[in-house]
Design a protein around this ligand. Sequence first.
Ligand SMILES: [Zn+2]
Length: 293
Amino acid sequence: MSDRLHEIGEARSYAGGATVRVVRAGWFRPDAGGFFGVVPRALWGPLAETDERGRLRCRLNLLLVEAGGKRILVETGTGPRMTDKDRDIKGVEGGDPAAALRAVGEDPASIDFVVVSHLHYDHAGGMIGADGRPAFRNARYVVQRDEAEAAHGDELRLQGIMEVEQLDAVRAAGQLAEVNGEVELVEGVRVLRTGGHTRGSQALLIGVDNPGGRAGDPTERAIFWGDLIPTRWQVPVRWTSAYDDYPIDAVEIRSELVPRAAAEGWWCYFSHDPGPMPVRIEATEKGGFRAAS
Ligand SMILES: [Zn+2]
């Protein structure tokens, strides 16, 4: 992958016939201390460079999934409505998902489903366009019910950090599809509520059987982790970010899914990784896990 603001990767096929392409919708620069949370700089420092303001240079990654005759966009970036001051602090370049799609020759009106992993600004900001209306006029927006309820809830920590305006605009337009738990969107493509990062965070599973279903099928499977694992650097299951609202839940669900991803060779897509994707996860000699190089 290059340094370009917008680009689209090669299509990859998975079990059940779904194809996946990575769409790069720009850059942002999260504070490195917040991003790595409890992990000491001595451990993450060798993996990731910081700029003069202590920030990491990360991608705003979207996925374009095609399956069962439907087109699914995963994530919506920051959208075009941030203030200049906010864009400067967070180092946002680009971030508008409709602009990113157009730049790579895709029509936003062709999207049937928009999967929003959670309602933080860098994932849900682009649910609406500059005019305040849904940016994908023919799409149903898939959000976990827990997440939508948390956005309107009274937990003080969450005040001001969930994209309530975006959620409400999509709901008012009749385009919100609230789901609960593990739900198949089209054959072979399903969302899975993971919680952890936020109360109703969800991942996307492609070609993966139900948890508890058969294992060891050699067909190719993939997962988009959302911010449960935002980059390849954070595959170690205890590497909890300060942005994880429910860190104990995050460690638990990662401890459940990461070993399975490694054992079954799931191809991994990360929400903010700047490097080439997908990648697989492998076990380390010490019993942990890392991204395969
Ligand atoms: Zn994020």
